[in-house]
Design a protein around this ligand. Sequence first.
Ligand SMILES: [Zn+2]
Length: 167
Amino acid sequence: MGTAALPSVADDDGHMAVALDEARAAPGHADVPVGAVAVRAGAIVGRGHNRREVDGDPTAHAEIVALREAARVLGRWRLDDCALYVTLEPCAMCAGAIVLARIPLVVFAAPDEKAGAVRSVIELFDEPRFNHHPRWRLGARRTEAETLLAEFFADRRADARGPAPAG
Ligand SMILES: [Zn+2]
């Protein structure tokens, strides 16, 4: 472990496309569309999407689902040779799990100005008092990720207003 090459910027669009495919599965069970994939040596070893509503689980974020699958597949908690791709900036819980898993690289498509813990609300990966500092980059397929989220919330607001009056 620890020797597999990490993805380069040129790999980001391809891996993020898979994370976006995961995200698109979440609205089918009324969950906010966020998806994630864990990549080791160019291969996907874990993938998941937000399942908070369908599982009734506050920790069932896309990143946690993907990290758990990667750990199960690889048979270890230390994922120091895996990159994590996620369609939205990780929250504090997920950023914490990423640090604990020793993930060396995180790529996220869109920033989350309200809850992001990488660069928006706090900068957890750059906290000098932690002993592990994942590298990160932002922006792969950003427009697709933001459109997916905007459409989900627009649909939900339309549903909340109820059906349009007949005639
Ligand atoms: Zn999260």
